[in-house]
Design a protein around this ligand. Structure first.
Ligand code: SF4
Length: 630
């Protein structure tokens, strides 16, 4: 069943009033990949009457008021992506297309949607029930944060939205507890995973530098950020307080991640895996083409890449589903009338973190003084791909499934660090679960830039590339690695981009035609570096390319065709008569975080050049008709 979104649906259900109304910046897709739909279905399953208003018009009250006023609370989200990221490219251009809007045109989601929708509710319902913010936008902006679109440190979104509460992270448990407390008329201030505004500092919390101090002084902003960053483990985090104007933002410790049984319960909910008919009147949603036939196996990521927002929202602990639950979902997908036999993705933020976590972290929390994957894979992590192998094998047995593809990116260093199952895992996916290309995210090649990104060095990438080529040749398949690369990250210079270009050509045998242009996502370490121009951990000064032309130039260094550009000590020089401006204007792409890169994809179709040794080995194996061992 879809969550109702029209008065007619409420009438059909015999509901006079809803308990909770959820407002979202995306069209309403009923899918386990869409947060608002997961929260709505969780509350529905617990017996609450829930409605959804998707992308309401903001010029009148007609749409925001069409389901009336809720009995418990309003839930407001900007959608699956921060609305500023969704609406603008990394170069600051307005996006015309939108994967989460029916019809595909980006004209229904306002900038800073969380604030706009919250104020819209206040305009038409003066003294209404609590307005609760949630989703990615609220999570990333829950404390004072640097906002690259306005180039300023902004207050917590709670203040600008004039909302009552903010639930952060993947908030199923928090939303349920909140509904229960509000139903019983109990206080909500002690709930984990929430932020709220108070007149005074909460006793026992860590006091962060105030918003005023943090916005005026980069050193105070760094201190504030590190206090926030180091208090995100649900087992060890201290509550935080930050003065903003005359009031206080109170940040409670995170809610505990879901257990395997709780994850299964969520994914056993009855999702339509489709667009609500009310939204379908405006056309199809592009995102559905992928997520309708894909399965999320886990959430969270312990990679801690500095530019990525996943850990800020989903947390650094991986929570996995049971194999049985994933298989039940595969059976459901296989029974869909338009299923052609291909599960398009089995994965999560990092596909090969499924079913593997650090035992020490699960007991006592993440280490405050070191990281799980950087600079090397921690020896205590003991990555184990055994469960993933079993899962993939079982998925192949589901009637109607011809192939289950691992399309999410994988961490190559994790594969190499798993002495027991790493090789078997890679062999398994190379033979049966890669649809032409496997995605890796090295992001760069130069040590200093990689350090700023929190990414491993190039040695593990080359070792993995060699292994992949070898196993691919053994399998007799034609498939390739594709690489996500970033230009203009803090610490990255034109010289670094020139070195990356050389590395990509010589070592990876690719000529990328499109790369992501760095976007400073709120509350990430990279955004902190971008704003302060310093490494927050060493205090060292960093070069940060902030000029639009310089940023585009970094990107062009990597993607420019041979012959059109030559490089010298003076940087980029144009050789074929066009002006640099024309070149920059010709590129409308923006580098969407976690987005697909069609030109890289195009590039991947080209055969990578093989070394002489590899050619000989492939010839030998072809002749003998058997595959070799590593
Ligand atoms: S022991 Fe290692 S893997 Fe475990 S939490 Fe600490 S750094 Fe991460």
């Amino acid at each position: 069943m879809f969550i109702p979104t029209t008065p007619e649906e409420l009438r059909d259900l015999g509901w006079n009033q809803l308990d909770v109304i959820l407002v979202t910046g995306d069209s309403y897709l009923d899918s386990p990949f869409v947060g608002v739909s997961v929260i709505g279905k969780t509350l529905l399953a617990a017996g609450y009457r829930v409605g959804i208003i998707a992308q309401p018009g903001v010029s009148s009250g007609a749409e925001i008021a069409r389901l009336g006023e809720p009995a418990l609370f309003w839930g407001v989200t900007g959608g699956c992506i921060d609305s500023m990221v969704a609406n603008y490219t990394a170069s600051g251009r307005r996006r015309n297309k939108d994967d989460f809007t029916a019809g595909g045109l980006n004209k229904r989601r306002p900038d800073r949607a969380t604030i706009v929708y919250s104020n819209l509710i206040r305009r038409y319902f003066k003294h209404t029930k609590p307005i609760v913010l949630g989703g990615v936008e609220a999570s990333l902006r829950r404390i004072a944060h640097y906002d690259v679109w306005s180039n300023q440190v902004r207050r917590s979104v709670l203040f600008d939205a004039k909302a009552d509460l903010l639930v952060y992270g993947m908030a199923e448990k928090t939303a349920l507890s909140l509904a229960e407390r509000l139903c019983e008329g109990r206080a909500t201030d002690d709930l984990p995973g929430i932020c709220y505004v108070a007149a005074e500092r909460k006793p026992g919390t860590l006091e962060l530098p105030s918003y005023e101090e943090a916005s005026a002084d980069p050193a105070a902003f760094t201190e504030m950020f590190l206090g926030f960053y180091r208090n995100q483990d649900p087992r060890t985090a201290q509550g935080l307080s930050q003065r903003q104007d005359t009031r206080w933002l109170i940040h409670n410790p995170p809610a505990p991640p879901l257990t395997e049984a709780e994850m299964d319960e969520i994914h056993d909910l009855d999702f339509e895996r489709n667009l609500h008919p009310y939204c379908l009147r405006n056309g199809k949603v592009r995102a559905l083409a992928t997520i309708r036939f894909s399965i999320p196996t886990h959430r969270g990521c312990y990679g801690e890449c500095h530019f990525c927002a996943i850990a800020v929202h989903q947390g650094r602990q991986v929570s996995s589903r049971s194999e049985a639950s994933v298989l039940r979902e595969a059976e459901k997908i296989a029974s869909l009338p338009d299923f052609k036999g291909y599960i398009l993705d089995v994965g999560g933020p990092t596909a090969n973190m499924y079913g593997s976590e650090c035992k020490k972290k699960l007991l006592r929390g993440a280490c405050p003084d070191r990281r799980c994957l950087y600079p090397q894979v921690c020896e205590k992590l003991r990555p184990d791909h055994g469960r993933q192998i079993r899962l993939l094998r079982k998925l192949r047995q589901v009637p109607g499934v011809k192939q289950a593809v691992v399309a999410s990116g994988i961490r190559h260093d994790l594969v190499l660090a798993d002495r027991k199952h790493g090789l078997a895992y890679l062999r398994e996916i190379v033979r049966r679960h890669v649809s032409g290309q496997l995605k890796l995210a090295p992001e760069h090649s130069e040590a200093e830039v990689l350090r700023c990104m929190g990414k491993p060095g190039r040695e593990s990438l080359i070792a993995f590339r060699n292994l992949f080529r070898r196993l691919t040749a053994e399998a007799g398949r034609e498939q390739y690695l594709t690489y996500y690369l970033i230009a203009a990250h803090p610490g990255c210079t034109q010289t670094d981009m020139e070195a990356l270009r050389l590395f990509a050509g010589r070592e990876l045998a690719i000529h990328p035609e499109q790369v992501q242009l760095f976007t400073a996502l709120p509350s990430t370490v990279s955004a902190l570096m971008y704003h302060t121009e310093r490494d927050p951990f060493s205090g060292k000064k960093l070069f940060v390319e902030k000029e639009a032309v310089g940023r585009e130039r970094q990107k062009k260094i990597l993607v420019a065709k041979k012959g059109r550009i030559r490089y010298g000590n003076c940087g980029l020089q144009h050789c074929n008569g066009n002006t640099l401006k024309q070149m920059l204007q010709s590129d409308e792409s923006g580098g969407r975080i976690m987005g697909k890169d069609k030109d890289v994809k195009k590039e991947a179709k080209k055969k990578p050049s093989k070394t002489l040794k590899e050619k000989k080995e492939a010839k030998r194996m072809k002749k003998s008709g058997k595959s070799g061992e590593l």
